[in-house]
Design a protein. Structure first.
Length: 109
């Protein structure tokens, strides 16, 4: 049986100003990451070969996906296929859970 992971026990890594990630768990084909964004924080547009699902735990996030804007609130989610350009702006203090497949090597502890 695997050990439980508490987010508060995982050291936060600042990705860009006002955006911190905690890599919570990963296996052979899946990774779960908690991301906390301060109000007004911006994740610049980027792309990666991983599929990603973003789930909003609390707050409000404006996601830009290939030129379209999606405003997501608590309980909303969005799928990013592999290599799709996306970025985000936190409209308020926001916590999200991102899942990646395959796991991101650059996010492993």
């Amino acid at each position: 049986m695997a050990d439980a992971i508490k987010a508060t026990d995982v050291e936060a890594v600042e990705m860009v100003p006002g955006v911190w990630r905690r890599t919570l768990a990963w296996g052979e084909r899946l990774m779960v990451v908690q991301v906390t964004l301060e109000e007004g924080a911006v994740v610049p547009a980027h792309r990666h070969p991983h599929e990603q699902i973003t789930y909003i735990v609390e707050g409000e996030l404006s996601m830009q996906v290939e030129g379209q804007t999606h405003v997501l609130r608590a309980g909303d989610s969005l799928l990013f296929p592999s290599d799709v350009e996306h970025g985000a702006t936190a409209l308020q203090h926001t916590i999200v859970v991102d899942t990646f497949s395959p796991p991101r090597e650059d996010y492993k502890l």
